[in-house]
Design a protein around this ligand. Structure first.
Ligand code: COA
Length: 669
């Protein structure tokens, strides 16, 4: 079966499961069960263990999750009830006979796991999937004895499994590739971020995590656990010892590093202190301690050394893709930046120095094998696939619903530039990963430019490099909206040469709710491209109304609508073919637009808005329509963005988003 970087590009060879069994009633088993129940409607779920009390506790934990989701407004009572029904806790393996997927999350012990798989295989159908949540044991050791090992692999979740999006999916020697593709599809389809890894001890992310923790423990002769945690806060949200406390991870550390030492060399042996300590003394983030600056620097360097050593090794041995490692470290392990981003920030010389020092202190640890630049040569924010000679570019920043920033748009542009004069490539499709096409420009980057008009204009120009390139292209680029398409994401879609969408997709220009105006085309393009929809865009802009895919289709903004992701891709590919050779340019000269009807400064949801910013927006729409060239019209938009970004409303709107509260524009004009 063909494999794609974007897991949703495969056509799954089986439907979503109707019956799943989770073996193991510890903490992670019920958390995985809860995720599955929330993600797969109507699922029958069985939790199996050997102790009735543990089973009861696990079922209670699942119900508690659902109750909490209702109490915190994350879920309706009806959804929670659906999650809580059809859940069985049992000691009887006979109850799992109809399971289409058995997910083992029992004790981290090879013999126990092998015994479980043997029992499971005797009961379930030969086609039922069998997966293990082991964090370190290679698949080959666990599944080699199975009669149908080709349907078995590792699906490794991270704590808390109901919420942490990352799941490692292991491609081992004996597994059928269709099983790996199906699991990647299923996880992505249900809101997780599957990362494929090779079948080695610790897979990808635990090699980073356990060695980071082991190295920390080996440094306890130089600094205390709280001190090491504190030094690590430069790179991670929670220090190694506080994570080990939280996850009760000491026994796992011993198991994982002993295994790695057995398979890969004694330098991986766990620090002996793991056997004698139950709980580390917690560090208070941000607190200060007596550690000298030199000692703190030595700890910092060693932590970075091990992080770089493991990361380079993972990439050199093709255990995982560098972009997946970056993403996994951030999403699953709580790193503030991916390891290659940290390396890039420090530069080649410093990276080499840290690795040399690690090699001296920890002989045998992997080190740099290729030129520094080779480790930096990968796309971080987009996935690229080829289907029917069309390049499919998938926006992948799941932590920010694929929000765009200049590095990301530059990556998209680099892919387009690389292939646009390749005669074998017919065109491009841009689609989103997960539930969003794109949630707009990355609001996190706004504070750097707010209040500085020149910086704002530069920022708008930088963000527009891709869009200006699209304007001039002859080869088609089709936007495939798989979900919400907001702000800058909508501005990107507007500049693609056709737009298709799933029927649940929706569009919005929410900038006015942030106290700013959309600066890179939304004040200009709709009036030139879809003049009949001018009045609708007036409201989208000034009231942040939502536009459904169906309505957009009626208006001619969207060319075609699909039922699901697979249908969407098919439509997008077809569209590339249809418009090939007929890519339309956006109107160059001035355009006439209907007079803007006055509006109350109120958003569609009733929230008060800034009249000043609405005024900036209206003037820009009029000036842009009257501009003699399209380029001049865009410039009007950039300047209007800059003007809006210097208002008190912008300060309030952006701060409110970052503080996760509703903006209060009552004291802004
Ligand atoms: N820039 C940066 N981060 C963004 C983002 C953006 N445009 N849109 C969403 N995110 C982040 C959120 O901050 C959140 O991060 P966190 O988990 O670290 O807090 C994450 O993506 C998920 O978003 P969340 O708000 O939890 O999801 P939701 O389903 O409740 O709401 C939206 C989705 C899109 C309605 C909401 O995120 C939103 O209003 N985003 C801003 C959209 C916008 O104004 N875009 C135009 C920018 S010019």
């Amino acid at each position: 079966m063909q494999s794609y970087a974007n897991p949703l590009l495969v056509l799954p060879d089986r439907p979503l499961p109707r019956s799943v069994a989770v073996i193991g009633a510890g903490t992670i088993g019920p958390d995985i069960a809860y995720y599955l129940k929330a993600a797969v409607p109507g699922l029958k779920l069985c939790i199996v263990d050997v102790v009735q009390e543990a089973v009861d506790r696990a079922v209670r934990r699942l119900h508690d999750h659902a109750r909490k989701a209702v109490a915190t407004g994350r879920m309706s009572q009806a959804q929670a009830s659906r999650i809580s029904e059809n859940v069985v806790g049992t000691l009887d393996y006979g109850a799992i006979a109809d399971a289409e997927w058995v997910l083992e999350a029992a004790t981290e012990n090879l013999h126990i796991k092998q015994t479980i798989f043997e029992r499971v295989e005797a009961i379930v159908s030969p086609r039922a999937l069998i997966t293990s949540n082991t964090s370190s044991l290679p698949a080959e050791q666990m599944f080699d004895a199975l009669r149908h090992g080709e349907r078995a692999t590792i699906t490794h979740f991270f704590t808390p499994a109901w919420k942490n999006p990352v799941v490692e999916v292991v491609r081992w020697r004996g597994v059928d590739s269709s099983v790996v593709e199906y699991l990647r599809w299923l996880f992505c389809f249900t809101g997780k971020v599957p990362l494929e890894t090779a079948d080695v001890a610790g897979f990808m992310l635990d090699r980073v995590f356990t060695n980071w923790c082991n190295e920390s423990a080996l440094m306890l002769d130089r600094a205390t656990a709280p001190e090491i945690d504190r030094v690590s806060h430069e790179f991670v949200h929670a220090g190694p010892f506080s994570v080990l406390n939280l996850t009760r991870g000491n026994p796992i550390m011993i198991a994982a590093n002993t295994l790695q030492a057995r398979l890969e060399g004694e330098h991986y042996l766990p620090a002996s202190i793991f056997g004698s300590v139950d709980r580390w003394v917690d560090a208070v983030p941000g607190g200060s301690g007596p550690l000298s600056a030199d000692a703190a620097e030595a700890v910092r360097e060693r932590l970075l050394g091990i992080l770089f050593s493991q990361s380079m090794d993972i990439v050199d041995r093709r255990i995982g893709e560098p972009a997946d490692l970056e993403l996994g470290c951030r999403l699953a392990l709580g790193f503030k930046k991916g390891p290659f981003e940290v390396m890039n920030g420090l530069g080649e010389e410093m990276t080499r120095r840290l690795l040399d020092r690690l090699s001296e202190e920890r002989p045998g640890m992997p080190t740099q094998k290729r030129p520094f630049a080779a480790y930096q040569d990968f796309l971080r924010h987009v996935l690229v696939d080829e289907v029917d000679r069309i390049k499919v570019i998938t926006l992948r920043r799941p932590e920010a619903l694929n929000a765009l920033h200049d590095d990301m748009t530059d990556e998209i542009l680099s892919v387009i530039r690389r292939y646009e004069s390749d005669a074998d490539v017919k065109g491009f499709v841009i689609v989103g990963y997960g539930r969003a096409f794109c949630a707009g420009a990355d609001i996190g980057r706004f504070p750097n430019v707010l209040g500085d008009p020149e910086a704002c204009i530069r920022y708008a120009h930088d963000c527009s490099r891709l869009l200006r390139h699209l304007d001039g292209m002859a080869k088609p680029v089709v936007a495939a909206l798989n979900g919400m398409c907001l702000g800058g994401g909508f501005e990107l879609a507007m500049r693609c040469h056709a737009i298709v969408a799933v029927d649940s997709a929706w569009m919005q220009l929410p900038e006015i709710t942030l106290g700013i105006v959309p600066g890179i085309g939304a004040l200009v393009v709709p009036y030139r491209r879809w003049p009949k929809a001018a009045a609708i865009f007036d409201d989208l802009l000034r009231r942040a109304e939502r536009l459904t895919a169906k309505h957009a289709h009626e208006l001619g903004v969207i060319d075609a609508i699909a039922d699901d992701y697979a249908g969407l891709l098919a439509l997008a590919l077809e569209r590339v073919d249809t418009i090939s050779g007929h890519v339309k340019k956006i109107a160059e000269g001035p355009v006439s637009i209907p007079a803007l009807t006055p509006v109350e400064p109120k958003a569609a949801n009733g929230d008060r808005l800034s009249s000043e910013v609405i005024g900036i927006m209206e003037k820009a729409v009029r000036d842009a329509a009257a501009a003699s060239t399209f380029a001049d019209a865009l410039e009007v938009g950039y300047r209007a963005f800059a003007r809006s970004a210097c208002t008190a409303a912008a300060k309030e709107g952006v701060a409110a988003f970052q503080e996760r509260r509703r903006p209060d524009f009552t004291n802004t004009p």
